[in-house]
Design a protein. Structure first.
Length: 403
């Protein structure tokens, strides 16, 4: 089978996902085309250079609807003969776009693809698409649906994580992200967002709170306690699914959960012949991909079985992996991953994660693959694994190997 290589990976800075965020006036199409143009210019792509643009975004309504991928291609400087495919695997949409592209290349369906994603959470609010999983009682009741924050608290309760543990992980995420920016570790991949006049709008992740400490987090009240215990009482729903738990320990809040932000990212993937044609040197090969379904109530444990599956499928063990990117949707998600595989925390999210820098849903999967690649190169390590939990109970993973 043909090898699929990563030739380039870029991302925008992440802007606060509010009306006062720096990217609030930028549309999803404009931010996506910004990334597509960067990949075109950086790699001297001309004509029908790639087979397709596969683009993830989660809330596919309003300006993020109607095959955003194709609209972004037409709004960019790419050749109009390049089509576009929009996909949605919730939080893993950007990763799934990369994995789909890699497997298309491996199967011989074209020489190269651009894959990634976008989410403008300040402009198209999460949940504004009215997902059936949450609002259709015939589905929600049968699946014991609870909001993700409750799921994160179920993980903490089920696996014994304390408030101090989740807060400590969050403080460390902030510290690592600030250190990474101070050391210019993201410089290779960051594409400054500019306005129509070419003036910079945003050149750094603006969600970070580097002064965060245990005391400031300790002052925050659990964000999901009331919706769990009072109205609408989701704890009772969860405890029907998990009757062995006496009660759910609510420990997550805004400071130990992923930030709501705007952002986009893209990855250029191709075979050996593509690189030779355009004079490009591959940076890594995509060694394996995986996805799996999990319990939809606890919902966020997917990185564990997805990692077990990808390791089994590729004949590898956890000790073969040098670095890990585990999306920080909530602190308990990362703690559960580390617990399940007895992984050294120093190897996980080396440069911080979504708790510090934010989680632009449709883009994050592509972002963490690019971050993993940059860190493998910076540190001289060889093999990395990226994985995400996914709404409604799924997991996804990608293994890359530096070349």
């Amino acid at each position: 089978m043909t090898e699929a290589y990563i030739y380039d990976a870029v991302r925008t800075p992440r802007g606060k996902g509010r009306k006062d965020g720096s990217l609030h006036e930028v549309t999803a199409v404009a931010l996506s085309s910004n990334v597509l143009n960067a990949l075109k210019e950086r790699n001297n792509l001309e004509g029908h250079a790639v087979e397709d643009v596969i683009w993830g975004n989660v809330t596919q309504v309003m300006e993020q609807g109607a095959c955003l991928a194709r609209t972004a291609v037409l709004a960019s400087d790419l050749d109009e003969r390049i089509p576009g495919l929009s996909i949605n695997r919730f939080c893993a949409s950007g990763m799934e776009a990369v994995n789909l592209a890699a497997n298309q290349v491996k199967g011989g369906a074209g020489m190269a693809y651009i894959a990634g994603g976008v989410e403008m959470m300040s402009r198209v609010p999460m949940g504004s698409d009215g997902a059936a999983m949450a609002i259709d009682p015939t589905v929600a009741m049968e699946q014991y649906f609870v909001p993700q924050g409750i799921s994160a608290d179920i993980i903490a309760t089920e696996y014994g994580f304390t408030r101090d543990q989740v807060d400590a992980l969050s403080v460390e995420s902030q510290r690592r992200a600030a250190a990474a920016w101070a050391d210019n570790r993201f410089a290779k991949s960051i594409v400054t967002v500019r306005d129509v006049n070419g003036l910079p709008i945003l050149d750094h992740d603006e969600y970070m709170r580097p002064g965060t400490d245990m005391q400031s987090l300790g002052a925050l009240k659990p964000a999901f306690k009331d919706m769990g215990e009072v109205m609408p009482g989701f704890d009772k729903v969860a405890l029907m699914k998990y009757p062995h738990l006496e009660a759910i320990n609510h420990i997550h809040h805004a400071g130990n959960s992923s930030g709501i932000v705007d952002g986009s990212a893209g990855v250029l993937i191709g075979n050996k012949e593509f690189g030779e044609k355009y004079g490009l040197k591959p940076r890594a090969r995509i060694r394996a991909t995986a996805k799996i379904g999990t319990d939809p109530t606890i919902m966020l444990t997917g990185p564990v079985p997805a990692t077990q599956k990808i390791l089994a499928d590729s004949g590898m063990s956890i000790s073969d992996i040098d670095l890990f990117e585990v999306n920080e949707a909530f602190a308990s998600v990362v703690l559960r991953f580390q617990q399940a595989f007895d992984v050294d925390p120093a190897l996980v999210n080396v440069n911080g994660g979504s708790i510090a820098m934010g989680h632009p849903l449709g883009a994050t999967g592509a972002i963490i693959i690019g971050t993993l690649l940059d860190e493998l190169e910076r540190s001289g390590k060889e093999v990395g694994l990226a994985t995400l939990c996914i709404a409604s109970g799924m997991g996804a993973a990608t293994i890359i190997e530096r070349v």
